[in-house]
Write a protein that binds this ligand. Structure first.
Ligand SMILES: [Zn+2]
Length: 56
C-alpha cells in the first residue's frame, strides 16, 4: 500500500502526448504547463542531463 511515494499528476483528461515519441501521457511527476512540451518517462530520461560521469 505504500505505493504513492512520488506524487503523480493525473493528466489523462488533457490528452497530452509526448513531444518526442508521441505516446499518450496520463501521468506526470510535475504539474503540467500549457507552454511546455511534455515527455513520457522514457524520453524524459533520455533528455535528462547526464549525471556527472567524468571517469577517466
Ligand atoms: Zn516519449
Amino acid at each position: 500500500m505504500a505505493y504513492q511515494k512520488r506524487r503523480l499528476y493525473d493528466v489523462s483528461h488533457l490528452g497530452l502526448k509526448c513531444a518526442d515519441c508521441g505516446v499518450e501521457i496520463r501521468e506526470l511527476p510535475f504539474e503540467p504547463k500549457d507552454d511546455r512540451p511534455v515527455y513520457c518517462q522514457d524520453c524524459a530520461r533520455k533528455r535528462r542531463p547526464p549525471q556527472n560521469r567524468i571517469f577517466r
